[in-house]
Design a protein around this ligand. Structure first.
Ligand SMILES: Cc1ncc(COP(=O)(O)O)c(C=O)c1O
Length: 381
């Protein structure tokens, strides 16, 4: 049996109810919602609406229409960034962003959008004051991740959101590493837009992402096509969410995401967070005593989601990952984690990092096996 510590990439295993719900949906009514008036299409449409409503309540949004389904967090973030900025606008991101934001931002820079990158501190953390210093007269949007996928560090999004709201700047939150682990409330964070995938902390399948689009926020669509509504119109309809959801939705994935969210709700966010924090604390306490291991990110586990990234002096991170996988059957993620700006900030662009990331299904004993494996690797290499 593999010990799976790569939940920040995608969670595994999925709860049995997610598999069951997806199989049931495919077998029973996998018709195209919004594309027909027959019973099966209507039932598929009802399921999509129910999950939209479920997500709306889960993140404290006002109306289900504010929930846009995409194929991934990347697509949701691209829609928010590329659909919401014009040449001459100033965009602020941080040096901890995933490439889903960073690459979109650097593309926008080539089209005439001004780009400011706020540098994180040595722990990979950003303060509201850092963001405030980057704001200019033409700042149109601030985009920041809620927690880093490299260090796990949780960013002060409520304070940053308050500041953006006061200044009339759109605030985009990348909640890819927090949805399902840390309470995410769009009203409390004063987020105008918030993106997340279904396949990480929400235990859904890959292939579904979400963009929350706050009241009054209009974007240029990034996809054009059929919506099943206003089909006579050769422009995309103005009604949301249809305006941003061209093409057949991933209904089976949405059904699975609904079951994943239900699993999180029934298990309890607090319980999940406490469990992952306990594993994080245990691993950090045990390995920080090992002389050749350096841990990156905020020193206090309370400031993190369930992510611990480290290096062993003298061994490339990818070699450590390979040995853990092939000799010990332990799956971790190594390298740059699609976040080169973050690795530049932490000084790990050359060596990369070994990232361990937890889910509710990991156990204390599994962490102990990892710790023993690390002792052996250090002894032998
Ligand atoms: C912080 C962050 N943002 C965005 C993404 C992109 O998510 P997806 O690959 O589901 O589009 C990830 C995925 O690892 C992430 O960790």
């Amino acid at each position: 049996m593999v010990i799976y510590f790569d939940n920040a990439a995608t969670s595994y295993p999925k709860p049995p109810r997610v598999l069951q719900t997806m199989a049931d949906f495919l077998q029973r009514c996998s018709a195209n919602p919004g594309r027909g008036g027959h019973q099966m299409a209507l039932e598929a449409g009802r399921m999509v609406l129910e999950v939209r409503d479920q997500i709306c309540r889960f993140i404290g949004a006002g109306k289900p229409e504010e929930i846009i389904f995409t194929s991934s967090a990347t697509e949701a973030l691209n829609l928010a960034l590329l659909g919401g900025l014009r040449p001459g606008d100033h965009l602020v991101i941080t040096s901890m962003e995933h490439n889903a934001v960073a690459r979109a931002a650097y593309y926008l820079k080539r089209t005439g959008v001004e780009l400011g990158v706020v540098e994180a501190d040595q722990w990979g953390m950003i303060t509201p004051e850092d963001v405030a210093r980057a704001i200019k007269k033409n700042t149109r949007m601030v985009a920041i991740l809620h927690a880093s996928n490299v260090t796990g560090g949780i960013m002060p999004i409520v304070e940053i959101g308050r500041m953006c709201r006061k200044a009339g700047i759109r605030f985009l939150v990348d909640a890819s590493q927090t949805a399902g682990v840390v309470p995410v409330n769009v009203l409390q964070a004063e987020a105008d837009m918030l993106a997340f995938p279904g396949h990480k902390g929400l235990y859904g399948p890959p292939g579904v992402g979400v963009l929350y689009l706050g009241p009054g926020i209009e974007l240029e669509p990034r996809k054009y096509g059929g919506t099943g509504s206003q089909s006579e119109n050769l422009e995309m309809p103005n009604i949301i969410p249809d305006r941003y959801e061209a093409g057949t939705l991933n209904t089976v994935g949405i059904a699975g995401l609904g079951a994943g969210i239900e699993f999180v709700r029934e298990t309890g966010l607090e319980k999940i967070a406490a469990h992952e924090r306990e594993l994080t604390r245990h691993l950090m306490e045990e390995i920080e005593a090992i002389s050749r291991i350096n841990i990156y990110g905020p020193p206090d586990p309370e400031d993190r989601v369930g992510v611990v990234s480290f290096n062993i002096e003298g061994i490339d991170s990818s070699d450590v990952g390979l040995i853990l996988d092939q000799v010990y059957g332990i799956a971790v993620r190594t390298g740059l984690h699609c976040a080169p700006l973050a690795h530049k900030t932490l000084g790990t662009l050359e060596q990369g990092l070994v990232r361990v990331s937890f889910s509710i299904f990991n156990t204390h004993e599994e962490v102990d096996q990892l710790i023993s494996a690390l002792y052996e690797i250090i002894r032998e290499y």
